[in-house]
Structures are given as structure tokens and as C-alpha cells.
Write a protein that binds this ligand. Structure first.
Ligand SMILES: [Zn+2]
Length: 306
């Protein structure tokens, strides 16, 4: 109970801080879901798709049909029978020593405008990718479609790494509930299409594709889940909120992760640099702390117990 209470307090503090900053800057934090843990093993048992050829993306291509339950998705990690309400997963089994490092790549229209402005920030934290590559650390990247379109070379690099899995974080990081921080709500009728389109954008890069999906701000309700049912996916929230968006020092990120992490944990971090500037400084300390605890980073599909 203590852990749960401190988690709620931490969440409240994180949200209060992030809400203030978000008003100034734009993107959203990922709060800890304050609710009962739903733990379900994802369906689908086939091997991950590895080694697909990276295909040049077609930026802005949007006229593709919704692909629901299309052949070829069945064997991907996180695939569920199309038409069923997607399972919502916070973490894997609490046995063993595996944990998942997950990195969200947000991209809103506001961020995009900044990228095209006179002093563009970076929304891609190369130091994180380089560290993971150098240390041969497995990780899972939840990509928005717009981020992929803005960073095609980096997406190609992520897809080419056999230790990295790719997952879906919506097309433009809109809210899937009426109220989700400052995010613009997506009309219900556009939800299925938005997520299907993002799978298409990411899918062109091959590599270790999945049917894992994460809502912006972790905001979801039954309506949103029902709209995604045709797509045959698994919703992954996470149980360790690092609080890295808008952090001004690495210490609180490291503390938040190492105080919450347990076997089977899914750790939420960001690879967006300009609005999560301390994550690359926190990461080596997080890796060292995990090693001290005998915990080993693994691809999300392994942590969720495929
Ligand atoms: Zn996000």
C-alpha cells in the first residue's frame, strides 16, 4: 500500500508540475494510471518479424484504407483477434528478472511548427539511441506517425536494430478521451483510422514490428478501446512512470524509475529531447541501477511473457 500511495503522490506532484509546464511548452506527460492493474498476456504466438527491408516512407500519405485484421498481423507481438476489446497491459509477470525500457516519440502539430521554424529544436534524442546501441540494450519505441515522417533516417536506424521493437503511439498525439491534459481531442470517428494509419507508416520500415499501442497521456476509456477493437492490438500503459517530460535534472528521473521498478516492469521514457532533455543523462544511471538490482532490459514482447 505504501508503494501505491507514494506512487499516487508522485503522480500528483508530477502532474501538477507538468500541467504548468505543458501550458507553456506543448506536449504531454505520461501520468501513472491510478487504477487497478489489468494484466493480460497478449494473444498471438508467432515470431516477431525481423529483418524486413526498410522502405522509403511516403510523407503525408494518408489515403490508405483502414487495415483491420489484415493478414500478416496475426503473428506480431501484441496481436489480438480483431473485433475484440483490446487488452490493457501495465506490466508483465512478476517472475524472472526482465524489464522493458519503452521510449515514446511524440509529435504534435505544435511541435511540428517549431521544427519548421527559424530555430528548430530537436525532438529526437540521438544520445539515447547511441547509448542503447553501444551497450547493446534492448528497447521498445512507441512512435507517432508524424515523428516517423519527420525523422525517417532515425526510424530506419531503429528498425534496423535487432534489439529494438517498434510500436504505435498514434499519428499526431491527439487525445483519445474528451479531457486529457491540454491535448486536442480526436473525434471518435477518426480514432480507428488514426491508429491504423500509424501502423501503416511505421510498418513500411520493417524490423521488429508489433501490434502494441500506447495512448497519448495514457488517457483511454471504453469508447476509445472499442474504436480500436477492429485493429487487433494490445494497449500498453506501463507501471513505471519516469516523469522525464520537462524534467530539469536527471536525478528525479533515476529516482522515480529505480524506486518503482520490479521484475516485469514496463518503464515509460521519452526520446523527444527538447521536451525530455534529461533522459539521456538519466539513462546510464538507470541502466546501472537495474544491473545492481539484477534486472535486465528486454524487448517488450519478452517482458510481457510471449
Ligand atoms: Zn506521448
Amino acid at each position: 500500500m505504501l508503494a501505491k500511495n507514494s506512487r499516487v503522490l508522485l503522480t500528483a506532484a508530477t502532474l501538477a508540475l507538468a500541467a504548468v509546464v505543458a501550458l507553456l511548452v506543448g506536449p504531454t506527460p505520461h501520468p501513472a494510471p491510478v487504477r487497478a492493474v489489468v494484466l493480460k498476456a497478449p494473444a498471438g504466438n508467432g515470431p516477431a518479424t525481423v529483418g524486413g527491408t526498410a522502405v522509403p516512407p511516403t510523407p503525408g500519405q494518408s489515403g490508405l484504407p483502414v487495415q483491420s485484421g489484415q493478414p500478416g498481423n496475426d503473428g506480431l507481438p501484441g496481436a489480438t483477434p480483431p473485433g475484440t476489446l483490446p487488452p490493457v497491459v501495465d506490466h508483465g509477470p512478476r517472475t524472472g528478472n526482465k524489464v522493458a525500457l519503452t521510449f515514446d516519440a511524440d509529435m504534435t502539430d505544435t511541435m511540428r511548427r517549431q521544427l519548421r521554424g527559424p530555430h528548430p529544436p530537436s525532438y529526437a534524442n540521438l544520445a539515447i539511441v547511441e547509448l542503447l546501441e553501444r551497450e547493446r540494450v534492448p528497447a521498445t519505441f512507441f512512435l507517432t506517425g508524424k515523428w516517423v515522417e519527420d525523422y525517417p533516417e532515425l526510424t530506419r536506424r531503429l528498425a534496423a536494430n535487432p534489439r529494438f521493437e517498434l510500436a504505435n503511439h498514434t499519428y499526431g498525439h491527439a487525445a483519445f478521451t474528451p479531457r486529457c491534459y491540454h491535448l486536442t481531442p480526436l473525434p471518435r470517428r477518426e480514432m480507428t483510422r488514426d491508429v491504423a494509419r500509424t501502423f501503416e507508416v511505421i510498418g513500411r520500415y520493417g524490423g521488429r514490428q508489433t501490434r502494441y499501442f500506447r495512448f497519448p497521456g495514457l488517457c483511454h476509456d471504453r469508447t476509445a478501446l472499442a474504436e480500436l477493437a477492429p485493429l487487433g492490438l494490445t494497449v500498453v500503459d506501463g507501471d513505471v512512470v519516469s516523469g522525464d517530460p520537462f524534467a530539469t535534472a536527471w536525478q528525479p528521473i533515476v529516482r522515480a524509475v529505480l524506486s518503482q521498478v520490479r521484475p516485469g516492469s514496463v518503464i515509460i521514457l521519452h526520446v523527444t529531447e527538447a521536451n525530455a532533455a534529461m533522459t539521456d543523462e538519466a539513462l546510464p544511471r538507470i541502466l546501472a541501477g537495474l544491473a545492481e538490482r539484477g534486472l535486465e532490459p528486454a524487448p517488450l514482447s519478452e517482458v510481457l511473457g510471449r
